[in-house]
Design a protein around this ligand. Structure first.
Ligand SMILES: NC(=O)c1ccc[n+]([C@@H]2O[C@H](COP(=O)([O-])OP(=O)(O)OC[C@H]3O[C@@H](n4cnc5c(N)ncnc54)[C@H](O)[C@@H]3O)[C@@H](O)[C@H]2O)c1
Length: 469
């Protein structure tokens, strides 16, 4: 049905038809009515839902995990960045969570935030993405804006998601909008969240990009338009591969600097005073989390389809995955210098999550470190304020909750995660032998002049039995 009058002048239902023939108009409406469904309510989907709720959008969360859905609907948060108070505020603003895909039928905008792990063979596992796309296809209506946020290889939105959505009989770019917008959430980051981290969007068509930019513009301060979906997909993988490669660079340097007698932490601190062309990365026990150890594999996979390897990624993987063994080697040397053997030592691991001040243990290097220590006969305990129980290959590892006492009782302490609780003075005072794999002992206290950049590495460790990686 066609109506000659403009949308503002007319109350008749021509808006529905207009939206069907003009996805850009539909997206505009979606921003107004705010009918948003987010698929996947994890570390990425839930903060996005919270921000959209705050902006006044009517948000429904769809997840396959009944426990997650039940918890959210009763005000319980399962991700670090949102408190129960935050979830209750979302519920007050009309948020509901559901396991029923029929909620998709009334959505004007759908954002997919499901996991993209690796398959057992080490390649991309797009099972959750394709399953989410199938649910959407079964309920897709004309004029809907569909955005994929899950990290994936370039081409996924167009080659994998688009054909599934078009099984609905609707055509992407003509009947509905399709875009990719990489999630950049940094769990535990107190400064940058959804609203103040620039959001990259790439549409299947310029109109799709326009619609996605208008949607995010409702609650994100800066929206950056990429040329298309592939460029937006690649932007995310470039960001993560850049980190992966640079971490590998300093990890490899840490190993040979130790042998050369060079204080790499000091060199990094010195190099970081250059106001342009250098960004500081620091050595560590390996890379963890859902992004750095996994995402570059997606790109590697895509490059391999061209018949050659992505050598930078493969080298970075090789170096970073060797770090847990290097940590064990250093731990053993430290014990031996005191006449102790690893097989008869009590070893305390400080921090088992993959990064500071969060509870996420995915791909944490603490696990391979613990596995190797157990294999060498060490008696293992761990301390982590964010992890109540911890198993390695099915074996329960004893938890210490009294930090001072645990430090004093261990023959060797290995600091694996730089949680805020692990203050240099405390560690130096109580630990007999300590291997700090995060450079915590090199950091100046926060109250010292922060303009003397960088804070990392300006502090020197003098006590015997204490080493930094
Ligand atoms: N966590 C991060 O720091 C981060 C940062 C940037 C990008 N990403 C990317 O964002 C995506 C999501 O990651 P995450 O950390 O939020 O994962 P997550 O595991 O925390 O949450 C994903 C949620 O999706 C649900 N789910 C799985 N399959 C589903 C389906 N078919 N339908 C509905 N729900 C489904 C799961 O039950 C879970 O609750 C991944 O591609 C990841 O690489 C993550």
């Amino acid at each position: 049905m066609k109506c000659a009058r403009s949308r503002n002048e007319c109350e008749c239902d021509h808006e529905v038809d207009a939206a069907a023939s003009n996805p850009a108009l539909a997206a505009e409406q979606s921003a107004v009515t705010g009918d948003l469904v987010i698929i996947g309510l994890g570390y990425v989907g839930l903060p996005l839902a919270a921000e959209a709720c705050s902006a006044g959008l009517k948000v429904t969360g769809l997840d396959v995990n009944e426990r997650v859905v039940r918890g959210l609907n009763s005000g319980v948060s399962h991700v670090d960045d949102l408190s129960e108070e935050d979830v209750r505020a979302m519920l007050d603003r009309g948020f509901t969570a559901s396991t029923d895909p029929s909620v998709l039928a009334t959505a004007r905008t759908i954002v997919i935030c499901v996991p993209t792990p690796l398959s057992p063979e080490g390649g991309p596992d797009l099972g959750a993405v394709t399953s989410a796309a199938k649910s959407i296809a079964a309920h897709l209506s004309p004029g809907t804006l569909v955005i994929l946020e899950s990290t994936t290889y370039p081409g996924t939105t167009e080659e994998v998601v688009r054909p599934i959505l078009e099984e609905s009989g609707l055509v992407a770019g003509a009947d509905f909008h399709l875009a990719f917008s990489p999630e950049r959430i940094d769990p535990g980051n107190p400064t940058f969240g959804v609203a103040n981290t620039p959001k990259v969007v790439g549409g299947l068509t310029p109109e799709c990009g326009e619609a996605a930019a208008a949607f995010y513009g409702r609650f994100v301060n800066t929206v950056v338009r990429a040329r298309g979906t592939r460029e937006a997909e690649m932007a995310k993988l470039l960001e993560n591969t850049y980190r992966h490669v640079n971490i590998a660079l300093v990890n490899e340097m840490a190993i040979f600097c130790q042998e050369l007698g060079v204080d790499l932490w000091d060199s990094i601190a010195a190099a970081a005073t250059k106001p342009f062309g250098f960004q500081a990365f620091y050595p560590g026990p390996g890379v963890g989390g859902h992004c750095i150890p996994i995402d570059p594999n997606y790109l590697s996979y895509k490059v391999k389809t061209l018949g050659y390897p992505f050598r930078f990624v493969e080298l970075a993987q090789e170096i970073n995955s060797r770090m847990p063994s290097y940590v064990i080697q250093r731990a053993q040397e430290l014990l031996n210098e005191s006449g102790l053997a690893l097989s008869r030592s009590k070893v305390l691991l400080l921090g088992v999550t993959y990064k500071a001040d969060i509870a996420d243990q995915r791909e944490s290097p603490a696990r391979p470190v613990a596995r190797k220590l157990l294999a060498k006969g060490a008696t293992l305990t761990y301390h982590d304020p964010h992890v109540e129980s911890w198993q390695v290959d099915g074996q329960d590892i004893e938890r210490s909750t009294d930090l001072d006492r645990a430090l004093a009782e261990a023959d060797l302490v290995i600091l694996l995660t730089d949680h805020s609780e692990y203050r240099p003075k405390l560690l130096e005072e109580y630990a007999r032998l300590l291997l700090d794999t995060r450079g915590v002992l090199r950091r100046t206290p926060k109250d010292e002049d922060p303009t003397v950049v960088p804070a990392q590495a300006r502090r020197y460790v003098q006590r015997e039995g204490i080493q930094v990686l």
